[in-house]
Write a protein that binds this ligand. Structure first.
Ligand SMILES: Cc1ncc(C[n+]2csc(CCOP(=O)(O)OP(=O)(O)O)c2C)c(N)n1
Ligand SMILES: [Mg+2]
Length: 334
């Protein structure tokens, strides 16, 4: 878990540097090697590590617009993910998806920029696992900003009614862009939503990877054993702006300070030290993580750009030719 968390933190620090290249002095979002928005997850790492530690490659994970830490913990190919973020042809989605739309069928990982969009596909994956009689599990990560969305609530309902092997994980960082959660949500503890669907709900009040690991173990094992869905909320911290370039004029300074004070990566390192893991061993893990990140970024930057002629390919399953109504099978709806 420490290695995943350190990898994610360093990865995002390096992405941040690459992202800012060419975008200043006046912030030009389309300039530089990573054009478009970039949402970083520094402060969220413990949630991903504690949950994904219980998952196998064949389990399904859907994540959000802030996906890197989850993707790393799920085992997404770091090189192809980085190429995707840099918009290169060898990226996971041939450079057409960008950082919010990573998709890796090798380890069953997907994410989306649409809030709560990952919940219904996770329920679908869980239904497939149940019908196929496997012990596969699906996990859907959402932010606390998603818990009033229809997609989230309907997914909880379907998962409960059909007793599906899903774990819903809320990463509560107190903010949805510039909106503090207490202004839009009636519960301060999102795991209370579980009660309305008669499923277990638990909240971890601080982003401690070990505490998340323990709570997630129960939820994942329950799903794997065929005993239905659960909801786990983790208090995480948004150490940075909503996206790169966010001036955060709406955010009180003491809130930023509070979110930065506790660092889950440092906390886990302290735990490991007190369990007799040496400083040398921790340093070796960090070094390995840094090397992997540098290698992925160097590889990605060396990859070819997509050919503009391919822009309509892969948009529809047949490679760009949308069937006309006349060609559609009987009863088909264009
Ligand atoms: C359906 C939908 N509505 C609105 C948006 C715009 N939007 C992007 S991020 C975001 C806030 C999300 O907050 P939260 O779910 O708490 O995740 P966080 O950014 O805090 O990780 C919103 C409203 C969107 N992407 N999708
Ligand atoms: Mg949030």
């Amino acid at each position: 878990m420490y290695e995943w968390m350190v990898t994610a933190r360093h990865y995002e620090e390096r992405l941040q540097e690459e992202y800012l290249e060419g975008k200043q002095p006046a912030f030009d979002i389309s300039a530089g090697p990573i054009p478009g928005e970039l949402h970083l997850a520094a402060g969220h790492e413990a949630a991903a590590a504690g949950v994904c530690a219980h998952l196998r490659d064949d389990d399904v994970v859907t994540a959000t617009h802030r996906p890197h830490h989850v993707a790393i913990a799920k085992g997404v190919d770091l090189k192809r993910m980085t190429a995707e973020i840099f918009g290169r042809r060898t990226g996971l989605c041939k450079g057409k998806g960008g950082h919010m739309h990573l998709f890796d069928p090798d380890v069953n990982f997907a994410c989306s920029g649409i809030i709560a969009e990952g919940c219904p596909p996770a329920v679908g994956a869980a239904m497939a696992a149940k019908k196929r009689n496997t012990d596969g599990v699906a996990v859907s990560f959402v932010g606390e900003g998603a818990i009033d969305q229809g997609g989230f609530l309907e997914s909880l309902n379907l998962a409960a009614v059909h007793d599906l092997p899903v774990v819903f994980v809320i990463e509560d960082n107190d903010w949805a862009i510039s909106m503090p959660k207490e202004r839009v949500t009636d519960v301060s503890d999102g795991s209370q939503r579980a009660a309305g669907f008669d499923m277990p709900g638990v909240r971890i009040d601080y982003d401690d990877a070990v505490a998340v690991f323990e709570a997630a173990e129960e939820a994942v094992m329950r799903a794997r054993a065929g005993n239905g869905p659960s909801l786990v909320e983790v208090q995480v911290h948004r150490r940075m702006g909503h996206f790169m370039g966010d001036a955060e004029a709406y955010r009180p300074e003491d809130d930023v300070e509070r979110h930065q004070r506790l660092d889950s990566v440092e906390r886990l390192a302290d735990d490991l030290r007190s369990s007799d893991v040496s400083d040398e061993e921790l340093a070796a893990i960090r070094e390995r993580a840094h090397e992997r990140v540098e290698e992925a970024i160097a590889w990605a930057k060396d990859q070819p750009e997509p050919d503009p002629a391919e822009v309509t390919e892969d948009v529809f399953v047949d490679g760009g030719q949308r069937p006309r109504a006349a060609d559609a099978p009987a009863g088909g709806d264009d």
